[in-house]
Design a protein around this ligand. Structure first.
Ligand SMILES: [Zn+2]
Length: 330
């Protein structure tokens, strides 16, 4: 039995496996520029952020109907459950779909068909977090939030993702203020390829409660001290960091130093179909590459539930935390 954990940094579009991409392409009559799944799998072996993003957006063309989004989420939840994920807070990128003529309702209703029954089907509780693409304009983000208004009963929070450099958090001040006024929780990618200042800005200007990645905080001791003092969770994605070259090799990942510093770190999969593994695979990888002890792994699992947006269901959080404490490593 795998260690129980919550996954807090997961882009649902990044869970599209080559097999499902071909299945959806056939169902929707979409022509993919790849001969077969093997050919496509080769394309998944990109080596930098831009080539990843190009492929990521290209493959989204196969997602067209509610059923496509339902199948995508269902496939992720099945894989996550098999790796010990008990709770998943799932990102989605509406702008990437709106731009292709797929309506907000198609995306949210489709995802919800899987998420709404996930506890029964997979034993995984879920939350949905709507991300803004930071390389799009602030006006586009505001329009996206406006389009999401009818669906806010199913959306827990907002996030900020895609290409970081040159798109500082301050650009999205207004939409984050509007999201806060609507009672939405706030997170943002910061300090992955962008500088530590983006982390500070995300906290101070956007009011984020959790920082996605946040790896580069380690370049600024005063920032580390603040993150520790304020108990700001960081959602790290080790295998993603290697694939996108944020770190050279997994054995050089700063996770152990970050835990030693007292940071509230969690381990997540980011875009697992593209980065070589789901949540449990990331745990296994850091365990062997970094030699993490069982108590460190338990701490990471505990942190994932502490950092999750379960304030509306503390009973559930307590139950998950008890599962973590009772877990016996095999
Ligand atoms: Zn991400």
């Amino acid at each position: 039995m795998p260690l129980p954990k919550a996954e807090l940094h997961l882009h649902i579009e990044g869970t599209l496996e080559p097999e499902l991409a071909f299945e959806l392409a056939a169902r929707n009559g979409v022509e993919l520029p790849y001969a077969d799944t093997e050919d496509l799998s080769r394309a998944y072996r990109f080596e930098d952020l831009q080539s990843f993003l190009n492929l990521y957006y290209e493959l989204m063309a196969v997602l067209r109907t509610e059923r496509d989004f339902e199948d995508l989420a269902d496939a992720y939840l099945a894989r996550a459950a098999a790796q010990g994920v008990r709770h998943a807070e799932i990102f989605f990128d509406p702008q990437a779909h709106l731009a292709r003529g797929v309506a907000m309702g198609t995306v949210v209703d489709g995802l919800w068909r899987a998420l709404g029954r996930s506890e029964e089907t997979h034993g995984v509780s879920t939350r949905l977090i709507m991300c803004f693409l930071r390389d799009e304009s602030a006006e586009s983000a505001l329009e996206t939030l406006r389009l999401a208004r009818p669906y806010l009963d199913r959306i827990t929070g907002v996030g900020l993702d895609s290409a970081e450099v040159g798109h500082p958090p301050v650009k999205f001040r207004e939409v984050y203020e509007a999201a806060a006024a609507l009672g939405l929780r706030r997170v943002a990618h910061a300090g992955e390829e962008g500088p530590p200042e983006y982390i500070t800005e995300a906290l101070d200007v956007l009011g984020v409660e959790r920082v996605d990645h946040g790896l580069r905080c380690m370049e600024d001791p005063a920032l580390v001290e603040r993150l520790v003092r304020e108990r700001v969770p960081l959602t790290l994605c080790p295998l993603s960091n290697v694939r996108l070259r944020a770190v050279d090799v997994l054995s050089a990942h700063p996770l152990p130093a970050m835990l030693d510093a007292g940071l509230l770190c969690t381990v997540n999969s980011d875009d697992p179909a593209y980065f070589g593994g789901y949540a449990g695979d990331n745990f296994d990888a850091v365990r062997s590459a970094l030699g993490l002890s069982e108590e460190r792994l338990r701490e990471l699992a505990r942190n994932s539930f502490v950092a999750s947006f379960l304030e509306d269901d503390e009973e559930r959080r307590a139950r998950y935390l008890a599962e973590v404490e009772a877990y016996e490593f095999g």
